[in-house]
Design a protein around this ligand. Structure first.
Ligand SMILES: NC(=O)c1ccc[n+]([C@@H]2O[C@H](COP(=O)([O-])OP(=O)(O)OC[C@H]3O[C@@H](n4cnc5c(N)ncnc54)[C@H](OP(=O)(O)O)[C@@H]3O)[C@@H](O)[C@H]2O)c1
Length: 351
């Protein structure tokens, strides 16, 4: 009886979904359905991972006095708590944000807040990324940690001033470009005792993703869920490939990708889930403070020192999708990203 009722409910839901989207080709409807279901699966998997591994979600902050950390975003959400940890570790922290005046309340309220500086950065503009990187390097020619944290999730189809789909540019491409521009300073910051670190804040939402190499802006068929998954997959693949390039070059810089957990932040503002069940987010999701722990672990954990290229979740190696591990796909994405930021591949990370 229960099976029949479930089947009837599923069939009705599928029929309603098809009716609403009947103007679209069937292959697009099926693709959207797949992404919706797979994304729910990735989210539930992420929540289970957070509950199962709650004990492992711990970090020991070192004394990193006089060392320099750069982070994108951070006036709210997980980034604020990463900044709190970096400051507690006595680092000088430079945050790249759209409205630098928003850092004032952090400077005033945080322990070691006097070590926090904010420069203007809008990840929707490669020009802004370049200006930000130049300003940082002028003052700090040596950098020890770069946290590519800022991000957006979902929204309507929109191209940036650089002609790139917005989620891809904010989450992946601008961070890729920033990493390139700051790499000379990161190389100077790395030493034999301790490599500098690049930490890309990706997501378990990369799991259903694929890279649309032949239509990177997804013009043919825009599905905002697929675009978020693509951008987060791109961050993970870049962390791996850049780590590979740096170790081939013999540089003392390592690169990691981190899923912070499923965290109660404004990132979910465009989701139906937040509108319908805000209480469930409070109840079941991590706080931003807990979400920051795996990122700080990737910044500081000594045992990770030689293990660049890892995908970390709850302070251990997480389960990542197969596509992300394929070096041919990684190389292809690297080449495409260089092309999109107008860079010769052999010049990546070099002045
Ligand atoms: N929350 C989760 O469950 C979760 C799960 C997996 C991964 N993540 C990842 O964690 C990271 C942090 O997310 P969050 O949860 O802390 O989200 P959030 O609270 O919405 O914070 C996002 C941050 O990104 C900044 N940002 C957005 N667009 C920007 C732009 N064009 N230029 C510069 N900064 C920009 C925001 O700055 P403004 O204040 O100026 O908007 C804000 O500081 C993201 O990369 C996200 O994908 C989050």
């Amino acid at each position: 009886m229960f099976a029949i009722a479930s089947l009837a409910a599923l069939t009705t839901a599928a029929a309603v979904y098809w009716y609403i989207n009947r103007h679209k080709p069937l292959k697009h409807i099926l693709s959207e359905l797949r992404y919706t279901l797979d994304m729910q699966g990735a989210g539930v998997g992420g929540l289970i991972d957070d509950w199962v591994n709650v004990r492992r979600n711990k970090v020991v902050l070192p004394d990193a006095r006089k060392k320099i950390a750069v982070i994108t975003g951070g006036a709210r959400g997980i980034g604020t708590e990463v900044i709190r940890g970096l400051l507690k570790a006595n680092m000088i922290v430079i945050m790249g944000i759209r409205k630098p005046e928003q850092s004032k309340k952090l400077v005033e309220s945080m322990e070691n807040g006097e070590n926090l500086q904010a420069y203007e950065l809008d990840l929707q503009s490669l020009k802004s990324v370049k200006t930000f990187a130049e300003n940082v390097i002028k003052k700090y020619p040596e950098i020890h940690i770069l946290v590519n944290n800022a991000g957006i999730m979902f929204g309507d189809y929109k191209l940036t001033e650089d002609g790139v789909e917005t989620q891809l540019q904010v989450n992946h491409l601008s961070h890729f470009y920033l990493t390139h521009l700051l790499l000379p300073a990161l190389k100077k910051g790395g030493s034999l005792e301790e490599s500098s670190r690049i930490v890309n804040v990706t997501s378990c939402a990369h799991y259903p993703g694929k890279i649309y190499f032949d239509d990177i802006n997804m013009k043919e068929h825009y599905d905002t869920t697929a675009a978020y998954a693509q951008s987060k997959l791109a961050q993970l693949m870049s962390a791996r490939y850049i780590n590979h390039l740096l170790s081939e070059e013999g540089c003392r810089v390592k690169s990691y990708a981190v899923h912070p957990g499923i965290v109660d932040t404004d990132l979910f503002e465009k989701t139906l889930f937040r509108q319908m069940f805000p209480w469930a987010m409070k109840l079941f999701f991590k706080t931003p403070e807990k979400g920051a722990i795996s990122i700080l672990h990737a910044c500081f954990n000594k045992e990770l020192g030689e293990k660049g290229g890892l995908y970390i979740s709850n302070c251990i190696e997480g389960i990542s999708n197969r596509f992300s591990k394929n070096t041919d796909h990684q190389k292809r994405l690297f080449e495409l990203s260089c092309k999109l930021v107008d860079l010769n591949e052999e010049d990546f990370g070099k002045r």
